[in-house]
Design a protein around this ligand. Structure first.
Ligand SMILES: *Cc1c(COP(=O)(O)O)cnc(C)c1O
Length: 380
């Protein structure tokens, strides 16, 4: 659900997304990689922030490309009228490659069958498909391993000679860019150089062929990995790709909040929520917050993560349920409808998504992308 409205919205919970923060973050990232083009990665509903408004904000602020995991995400952007170049990088057999080619969505190919399928779609469509060839430099995810790279180039060059495809990119992905000094970083960059040299020898080179390998962490810490284009995701949304090194001048775009559904006094010794994992120490006020694990408030937040409510930090009291969780307000005043902020930029005393990630032993990517479809995204 994505609501583009101004003013207040009466729903139990909402994720407010500050598009000016996204524009600010894109400008910051442009300064880290001034010579490279920028692809804003908007997969997974723009990391839970709302696909189309975030894509538009990133393009307004100087991103020239968009990146999605799935073809359907790219088609959704095209359906919304977004004309910027888009690359999609997860393509499995049977997917709508025809639609992607017709919509001028660039596709990644790291295997011979996929080059063949893309060429076949292009033949049917009567137009040239744009392809980024992917080398696996050591992440062991998508892409051709080094031993298959020459064969992939040959197959792609043959399809290019027939006019079916145009090789417009050579690319890879780093496994440990968020671990400064990790030995794999240098190894992957060296493997990328080798693959580029082999491609150049085979005749794939020149200004029309974009080389790209940098995610957010590499964009802000590894200028040698910028090449022709960088692909920041998490940093676009203002969350630090390497929290140990600070915030890099980024501003979190999302504030997740809910309104108290129930506020009541209970006696000392009262068990709260499933399993009674929280028991009140004295007479106190308990508030029910209408967000649960179905909305992305992970069950691991039980007795652990903090929120801002009635002017203070409160720890989740007892088990997170599917649709709600409780907090203990002590003797502080509150009433139904009062706002509870789970996380935001941190400027108003609320926790940040980074604090949620730390308290749950995960990364902010998971905190924001897990927010469920019941939570309206409100863009301003
Ligand atoms: C998700 C993704 C990115 C962006 O990663 P961040 O760590 O969020 O910056 C870049 N490239 C590829 C291939 C990805 O899958």
């Amino acid at each position: 659900m994505s609501l583009h409205i101004h003013g207040s919205l009466v729903t139990p919970a909402q994720a407010r997304v500050d598009l000016s923060a996204i524009r600010h973050n894109v400008a910051v990232l442009r300064r880290y990689a001034p010579a490279a083009e920028m692809m804003a990665v908007v997969k997974a509903d723009a990391y839970g922030h709302g696909l189309v408004p975030c894509a538009r904000a990133a393009l307004d602020a100087g991103a020239s490309w968009l990146g999605t995991a799935y073809i359907q995400e790219a088609l959704d952007l095209r359906a919304a009228g977004v004309t910027a170049p888009i690359l999609s990088w997860i393509v499995t057999p049977g997917e709508p490659i025809d639609d992607a080619v017709a919509a001028a969505v660039d596709l990644s190919a790291g295997a011979l069958w996929l080059v063949d399928d893309i060429a076949a779609s292009a033949r049917r469509a009567g137009r040239t498909a744009r392809v980024h060839l992917k080398i696996d430099t050591g992440t062991t995810r998508g892409g051709a391993t080094a031993d298959r790279w020459p064969a992939l180039l040959d197959r792609a060059l043959a399809a290019q000679a027939e006019g079916m495809i145009e090789i417009v990119g050579l690319w890879s992905h780093l496994a440990c860019a968020d671990i400064p000094g990790h030995p794999s970083i240098g190894q992957q960059l060296a493997a990328f150089e080798d693959a580029l040299a082999i491609a150049e020898k085979a005749g794939v080179a020149g200004p029309r062929v974009l080389r790209h390998i940098a995610n957010s962490a590499a964009t802000v810490t590894l200028p040698e990995a910028h090449y022709d284009m960088v692909r920041p995701g998490i940093a676009t949304y203002g969350l630090s790709p390497i929290p140990e090194l600070g915030d890099f001048g980024l501003r979190p775009a999302m504030t997740l909040s809910a309104r108290m559904a129930v506020v009541k006094r209970v006696a000392a010794g009262t068990g709260v929520s499933y399993g009674h994992l929280y028991v009140t120490e004295r007479e106190t006020t308990v508030a029910v917050v209408p967000l649960g694990y179905a909305d992305g408030v992970l069950r691991g937040a039980t007795n652990r993560a903090q929120v801002l409510a009635a002017g203070k930090r409160r720890t989740v009291a007892g088990r997170v349920c599917m649709d709600q969780f409780m907090i203990d307000l002590g003797d502080d005043q509150a009433s139904e409808g009062d706002e509870v902020v789970l996380f935001g930029p941190g400027t108003g005393g609320e926790p940040t998504a980074q604090e949620w990630a730390d308290s749950l032993g995960t990364i902010t990517h998971e905190i924001v992308t897990r927010i469920g479809s019941r939570v309206p995204r409100v863009h301003r």
